[in-house]
Design a protein around this ligand. Structure first.
Ligand SMILES: [Zn+2]
Ligand SMILES: [Zn+2]
Length: 378
C-alpha cells in the first residue's frame, strides 16, 4: 500500500504562497487523473461479475462497502467510465488540466441523458470556461434544448416523487422530513427566504432555526407576498425546438411547460428576454388578469373547476383555456379557476380539460405515461 508520507512532505509550512498554490493545483490534478483511471476500472468492473461473486446487489453497492465510497461517487465513477468512448475531448482536457473530474461526471451524465443527441464539441468549451457547478447548470439548458419533452417528463416525475412526512412526538413537537421537486422547492425557498433572514446584529439564531421560524410564520399567514422571478426567452415560452430552459431563482433550469403554467397566472413576476437578451417585459403584464377580472372569476367559479375539487378561489389560479401566448384573451369566458395541483396537471401533467355540452368540465387523461427517470445514484 502507498504510504503518503513517503511521497509528500507532511507540512507546507516552509513553502511560499506561490509554491503552496502550485502544489495544491498539482495535487488536485493528480487526484483527477487517478479518479479518471478508477472510472475506467469501475466501468469494466460493473460489466464483469466480480461483484456478483461476492454477493453484492450491484457493482456500485460493492464499491460502497469495499472502496469506502458514497453511492453517488461510485455511480459517477461507473457513468464516467461507460461514457468515456463518447467524450474523447473531455478525456484529453482532463489530462491537460483544463477541466476536473467533476466536469467529466457532469459531461457523462449529460451524454447518458441525451443519447444520440449528445454533442461533446459544444459542451467541452463551456466546461473549460466554467466551474463544475455552473457547468452542471449549463448542461441542463443543453438537455432542454436537445429534448424538451424528456426534460419536462423528468421534472414532472420529480413532482410525483414529492413527499412530506409529518410525525408528532410525545411532547407534541412536529418532526418534518421530505422531498420537493426543483420547481416546487424553489417556490418554497422563495416564500421562506425573506422570512428567514437575520432580523439584525443581535439575531443569534442559526440558519436552520430561522428556517423553522419562517415556516411557522408562513403557515400563520404572515410575511410579504412572494414573487417568483422567472427569466425566459419567448422561444422557450412558445416551446419552440432548440430553445433553452427558463431560469428561476433557487431552481435548476425550468421546462417550457412549467413556464407556460407560471405565466398563465399573475402570481409571478415575469422577465421575458428577446433573442438578444434584452428585457422586453418586466413584472406584471397587462395581459394578466386584473383584480376586478379576478373577483368576477372567483364569483362565477367559486372554487377550482376540476370535477369534484373544491379548493377555494383564494387558493386557485386563473387558468387561460387558450393561453395568452397563443392569442387567448383575459375575458371571463377564456378563464377558469384551477387549484395548484389541477393547474399543474393541465400544463405539465398533459391532462385536458374540456367543457361538455351541459357546461360541466370533463377531464381527459394524458395518452402516454411518463418515461422512466434517468438513473439516480443507486
Ligand atoms: Zn394555466
Ligand atoms: Zn383543483
Amino acid at each position: 500500500m502507498l504510504a503518503t508520507q513517503d511521497v509528500l512532505p507532511s507540512s507546507t509550512a516552509h513553502l511560499s504562497n506561490d509554491e503552496r498554490r502550485e502544489r495544491f493545483r498539482d495535487k488536485a490534478h493528480l487526484v483527477d487523473v487517478l479518479l479518471l483511471s478508477m472510472a475506467q476500472d469501475a466501468a469494466e468492473f460493473a460489466a464483469g461479475d466480480a461483484w456478483d461473486e461476492d454477493g453484492s446487489v450491484s457493482a456500485i453497492d460493492w464499491m460502497r462497502f469495499n472502496c469506502h465510497m458514497t453511492a453517488g461517487a461510485a455511480a459517477n465513477a461507473v457513468a464516467v467510465g461507460e461514457a468515456l468512448p463518447r467524450m474523447p475531448e473531455s478525456h484529453q482536457a482532463l489530462f491537460d488540466g483544463e477541466i476536473g473530474f467533476a466536469h467529466l461526471a457532469v459531461m457523462a451524465r449529460t451524454a447518458e441523458a441525451l443519447g444520440g443527441r449528445f454533442d461533446e464539441k459544444v459542451l467541452i468549451e463551456k466546461a473549460k470556461e466554467n466551474s463544475p457547478g455552473k457547468f452542471f447548470y449549463i448542461c441542463h439548458h443543453a438537455r432542454h434544448a436537445a429534448d424538451p419533452k424528456t426534460y419536462a417528463a423528468e421534472q414532472a416525475e420529480q413532482v410525483e416523487q414529492r413527499r412530506l412526512k409529518l410525525s408528532k412526538w410525545m411532547d407534541g413537537s412536529l418532526l418534518i422530513s421530505g422531498q420537493l421537486d426543483s420547481v416546487g422547492g424553489a417556490a418554497f425557498l422563495t416564500a421562506l427566504a425573506p422570512l428567514a433572514r437575520r432580523s439584525g446584529a443581535h439575531d443569534y439564531r442559526d440558519q436552520e432555526q430561522r428556517n423553522a421560524d419562517a415556516l411557522v410564520e408562513l403557515a400563520s399567514g404572515g410575511g410579504s407576498q412572494a414573487q417568483i422571478q422567472v427569466t425566459s426567452s419567448l422561444e422557450t415560452l412558445l416551446a419552440l425546438s432548440g430553445a433553452p430552459a427558463a431560469e428561476m431563482e433557487h431552481s435548476l433550469p425550468v421546462s417550457s411547460k412549467t413556464v407556460e403554467r407560471l405565466a398563465c397566472d399573475s402570481s409571478i413576476a415575469r422577465v421575458l428576454l428577446d433573442s438578444e437578451s434584452v428585457v422586453i417585459d418586466v413584472g406584471r403584464s397587462k395581459r394578466v388578469v386584473s383584480e376586478p377580472g379576478r373577483r368576477a372569476l372567483a364569483a362565477r367559479d367559486g372554487h377550482c373547476r376540476w370535477p369534484e375539487c373544491e379548493r377555494p378561489a383564494s387558493r386557485s389560479a386563473a387558468h387561460h383555456v387558450v393561453h395568452w401566448i397563443h392569442g387567448g384573451s383575459t375575458d371571463l369566458d377564456n378563464l377558469i379557476l384551477l387549484c395548484h395541483r389541477h393547474h399543474w396537471m393541465v400544463h405539465e401533467g398533459n391532462w385536458q380539460l374540456v367543457r361538455g355540452d351541459d357546461g360541466r368540465m370533463l377531464t381527459i387523461p394524458p395518452l402516454v405515461s411518463f418515461g422512466p427517470p434517468s438513473r439516480g445514484p443507486d
